[in-house]
Design a protein around this ligand. Structure first.
Ligand code: ADP
Length: 191
């Protein structure tokens, strides 16, 4: 299996690049953000709890997202590989993911980390908020809280995979196609 983590702060382009990557490499896309928004849309108990946290720009509890990912992995026994988008976001999630993949005799092949300046992130998210309908994109304070959570809890995830030499940095500014081209070069290198 080929299992890829697309990593980066909110607004770094993970969703956009994920769509192109899953099409090109036939990977199963697992986005915890999308899974959570689908729980919210279906008004499940999990979704209603998660929405309160997400609207503050904070992270949903580890056990909730780990449970969702575990279910999603089990539901896709024939996947050629997974693309994890927005997960893992804490060291505890990274350790849990390694254990889940270990049970399937597989592991993370590579983490691609998109790098984008803070001002560019804020500009992109404010702009997305004009059309996305996402309640966490509508004001700059929530956007800044999400970027703050990223620095406080999520950057540690890159350090976790660096110890296994699995991290490749990708410049996340430029056109969508330029960035995709660079990502594909890295994927082709190790596939
Ligand atoms: P973005 O990367 O643009 O912030 P996401 O769609 O990945 O957007 O996530 C939106 C929100 O969902 C996050 O701010 C957080 O509250 C919650 N969330 C998503 N993934 C996770 C995760 N792995 N752990 C905890 N919370 C998460």
């Amino acid at each position: 299996m080929f299992n890829l983590i697309l990593f980066g702060p909110p607004g770094s382009g993970k969703g956009t690049q994920s769509e192109k990557l899953i099409a090109k490499y036939s990977l199963k896309h697992l986005s915890t953000g999308d899974l959570l928004r689908s729980e919210i849309a279906n008004q499940t108990a999990l979704g209603l709890e998660a929405k309160k946290v997400m609207d503050k720009g904070e992270l949903v509890p580890d056990e909730v997202v780990i449970g969702m990912i575990s279910t999603a992995i089990d539901q896709n026994p024939d996947a050629k590989g997974f693309l994890f988008d927005g997960f893992p976001r804490t060291s505890a999630q990274a350790e849990a993911l390694d254990k889940l993949l270990d049970l399937k005799n597989t592991s993370i092949s590579i983490m691609l980390a998109l790098e984008v300046s803070e001002q560019e992130l804020i500009n992109r998210l404010v702009k997305r908020g004009e059309t996305s309908g996402r309640s966490d994109d509508v004001n700059v304070d929530i956007i800044k809280a999400r970027i703050n959570e990223y620095h406080k809890k999520t950057t540690a995830v890159a350090d976790y995979y660096k110890q296994f030499d699995k991290v490749v940095l990708i410049k996340g500014e430029g056109t969508v196609d330029e960035i995709f081209h660079h990502i594909c070069q890295e994927v082709d290198n190790i596939m």
